[in-house]
Design a protein around this ligand. Structure first.
Ligand code: ZN
Ligand code: FE
Length: 255
């Protein structure tokens, strides 16, 4: 049985996700931007939090931890590399580790780049990956700590997941990402069509997250740095994939 996945808007543009396994009445949270909307979503459904999974140490992903764990009995799982800078971790994990949420197993993937120690959680049976500020809808996180080759290697791991995987990312940045993506591939028909869907969703007040890996592969310029057509558009036909990625990231930083 796949987990129920609930998207919770938090703060100005963050997303947290509740994962619920009805059979075992287990509920996990991915990231804790702030407590109030998450607690409200739990209360509304009568769910009790058992586990919090943390992707990385930034304040807009962890500041809800103290309030959400105040009642006790909540495991807080995050990267060993971040243990010194995430208050309240009860379990440290590394790339390749597995975690059980109810009846389902999640795999930990190191996706360093935005920060060093950023992790993603892949749930193969639910076809979902929680990527926060690594792979984002039509974008990727800014390189605050890691290098471009490191982020390219991280994105390459995510690219290799099944294409029907749901990409549950951490922010509603998609409209701005769309404007930038169109500067790289103005004539990409999949990108143009996605742009129409994004505009309609936002006009209706709907989130554009989660997306699918299939649509990211077809439209997200940061995942497409290895394609001959993208390299040609950037006049970088002979460049290495990671160098093309670095140039796309540099242009986005200055966009
Ligand atoms: Zn961040
Ligand atoms: Fe963030």
């Amino acid at each position: 049985m796949p987990l129920d996945i609930i998207t919770i808007p938090c703060r100005s543009d963050n997303y947290a996700f509740l994962l619920h396994d009805p059979a075992s009445a287990t509920t996990a949270l991915v990231d804790a931007p702030e407590a109030a909307p998450i607690q409200a979503a739990l209360d509304q459904r009568g769910w009790t939090l058992s586990t919090i999974l943390i992707t990385h140490h930034h304040g807009d992903h962890v500041e809800g931890i103290p309030a959400l764990t105040a009642g006790g009995g909540v495991a807080v799982i995050g990267a060993a590399a971040d243990a010194h800078r995430i208050t309240g971790l009860t379990q440290e994990v590394r790339e390749g580790d597995q975690i059980s949420i109810g009846g389902e197993t999640a795999h930990v993937i190191d996706v360093s780049g935005h920060t060093v120690g950023h992790i993603a959680f892949h749930f193969p049976d639910s076809n979902a990956v929680f990527t926060a500020d690594s792979l984002m809808a039509l974008g990727c996180g800014r390189l605050f700590e890691g290098t471009a080759p490191q982020m390219w290697a991280s994105l390459s791991k995510l690219k290799a997941l099944p294409s029907d995987t749901l990409v549950c990312s951490g922010h509603e940045y998609t409209e701005a990402n769309l404007r930038f993506a169109l500067t790289i591939e103005p004539d990409n028909p999949d990108l143009q069509a996605r742009g129409d869907r994004i505009a309609a969703a936002r006009a209706a007040g709907q989130p554009t997250v989660p997306s699918t890996l299939k649509e990211e592969l077809a439209t997200n310029p940061f995942l497409r740095a290895d394609l001959a057509e993208v390299k040609a558009l950037m006049s970088m036909s002979d460049a290495a994939d990671a160098d093309v990625f670095a140039e796309i990231r540099r242009r986005k930083d200055n966009f």
